[in-house]
Design a protein around this ligand. Structure first.
Ligand SMILES: [Zn+2]
Length: 73
């Protein structure tokens, strides 16, 4: 798959770092993502994003942070 910069995005599996609102940086393991070999841009599939979000929510719960989910604004 080609990146917007013209480089080649390669499928990787490993750790990915997320900035979360409550916990700061969190490392999520076992995530598949595309990484550009030129600009380093990382792209997650929707499935992997969901996995990461669940993982982060789990980490938040462990630290006593509870969020209200599925509520509209
Ligand atoms: Zn790129």
């Amino acid at each position: 798959m080609q990146c917007i910069c013209g480089g080649e995005s390669v499928l990787q599996k490993g750790l990915i770092e997320f900035n979360t609102r409550f916990l700061g940086k969190i490392i999520v393991p076992d995530i598949e993502f595309l990484e550009c070999d030129s600009c380093g841009d990382q792209l997650l599939t929707p499935e992997e994003s969901d996995k990461a979000i669940d993982y982060i929510a789990g980490e938040e719960r462990k630290r006593g942070i509870y969020r209200l989910r599925g509520k509209g604004k």
